[in-house]
Design a protein around this ligand. Sequence first.
Ligand code: SAM
Length: 169
Amino acid sequence: MITVLRLGHRPARDKRVTTHVALTARVFGADAVLVSTRDPGLERTVRGVVRRFGGSFRIETGVPWRGLLRDWKGPRVHLTMYGLPIDDVLPRIPRDDLLIVVGAEKVPRDVYDLVDFNVAVGNQPHSEVAALAVFLDRLLGGRSLQAEPTARIRIRPNPHGKSVENVSH
Ligand code: SAM
């Protein structure tokens, strides 16, 4: 079980990026995303994708994140450019009930102490979406991209255009 915790979401400014965090989490093998700020529109968007493309990915917003982070039973990873290099830390991270934290703007200082691992995907600033994709892909060895959930629509790989198939179950 892999859960992503998205901190610092501002509904007016971050809807698109947080949607991308959620969709990236889903496709790269996470089971759920928890978002610190309540945002029903974001929940609708992500649940709509899950309905059409399948799987059981969950989204919850308005999550009291400090208590959650403090009480989390499994390993907690914070993705940050200030952390230790991913290739060094990855072998030491247990896989059971993993919580992965990503920020938006400046992440509160105590997050760095509340987690078990601060992990850098390179020590340069880039994006929570990129950091999450690379981390999950390395963690799961690329396996998640090979899994195709039961879906109402299915994309057929096409070298030149778009092939979308409606699937009846
Ligand atoms: N300046 C902010 C700070 O000090 O926390 C970071 C803002 S960055 C646009 C948003 C998020 O992307 C970060 O909170 C972190 O989760 C992720 N991120 C950005 N660069 C990263 C890197 N090199 N390695 C891991 N995560 C990174």
